[in-house]
Design a protein around this ligand. Structure first.
Ligand code: R5P
Length: 291
């Protein structure tokens, strides 16, 4: 077996290689001036290859992934596993207007055609219960980082109220609060536009409390910034956040910092300065279970 790793996801892939005791080799990647990608894999591959790369900034990466998996098979791999802690294009699961592409289905089908197994962490599944409804293969494996986040928080804070910014976050907030043995509450959120959300706080006493916002991802940062402002206005002592997938697009971080959020922690599903919760053991266990 062999792990194939890209430079932009090398430290996470190395950690996975260490927990699994499986060798790792590098996929050489060159970007031509016109935006096309050149990939070079090790010329001889074992029967089972694991490609480890998260799929944030997805459009280039999906093309590269397609080239990587097809080339891996041409070079001898009979089984190709994708470990993508962040899985892109999972949010759009219906056509909101006639003619719209249902990206979850399209990308899910593409991954199903390329990979024997797909392992990911807390994908944003809204209206479907199982990942293999989106990626129609038996080994479409959806893990949750809730235990890793709970363990991290237990070491970090003595007493805190966990806060979910919307109803979708309740699954993660309640699981983490259960393990940590702390209170949690969930707000209502309406997304008004790409960079605009409206949040209604629940009826809860935040006065002087340390609040930790729990969310699966931060993209524009508007959810975190809006929630933080409201929580501080209502008397919270301090507001921190734990995010599974730190996408942080464009001006997200500036926006969040201006809101008064004290500290952001994230998992290393995406390489980011806030990434301090490692997922290697979780991913390693999942790989071990299928090999
Ligand atoms: C949405 O339902 C997700 O759970 C996140 O709350 C959302 O994607 C965060 O996006 P943004 O950072 O753009 O507000």
């Amino acid at each position: 077996m062999l792990i194939l790793a890209f430079s932009d996801y090398m430290s996470q892939a190395k950690r996975l290689s260490t927990v699994l005791d499986i060798p790792l080799q590098h996929v050489y990647l060159h970007q031509f001036p016109d935006g096309e990608s050149l990939l070079r894999l090790p010329p001889a591959l074992p029967e089972h290859v694991i490609i480890c790369r998260s799929l944030n900034q997805p459009n280039d990466k999906l093309i590269e992934l397609l080239m990587c998996s097809k080339t891996a098979r041409q070079l001898g791999a009979k089984r190709v596993t994708l470990v993508a802690p962040y899985l892109c294009y999972m949010r759009q699961d219906i056509a909101n207007q006639p003619g719209e592409a249902v990206s979850q289905r399209v990308i899910g089908q593409m991954l199903a055609e390329q990979f024997d197994d797909v392992i990911t962490v807390d994908p944003h599944l809204h209206r479907i219960a199982n990942l293999n409804q989106a990626i129609p293969i038996e080994n479409a494996i959806s893990l949750t980082a809730s235990n890793e986040i709970a363990e991290f928080l237990q070491k970090q804070l003595d007493a805190a109220v966990l806060f979910g910014p919307d109803s979708e976050s309740e699954q993660w907030v309640s699981a983490i609060a259960d393990t940590c043995g702390c209170e949690y509450t969930v707000a209502e959120k309406i997304r008004v536009g790409d960079k605009k959300v409206s949040i209604k706080l629940p009826d809860f006493d935040f006065e002087n409390k340390t609040v930790v916002i729990i969310d699966d991802m931060a993209s524009t940062g508007r959810t975190l910034a809006t929630a933080t402002r409201l929580l501080l206005n209502t008397g919270a002592g301090q507001v921190n956040a734990v995010i599974t997938h730190a996408l942080f697009c464009d001006d997200a971080e500036t926006h969040i910092l201006q809101s008064g959020l004290k500290q952001i922690w994230s998992t290393d599903s995406i390489d980011h300065s806030t990434a301090c919760i490692h997922l290697d053991r979780l991913l390693g266990q999942a790989v071990k279970a299928i090999i």
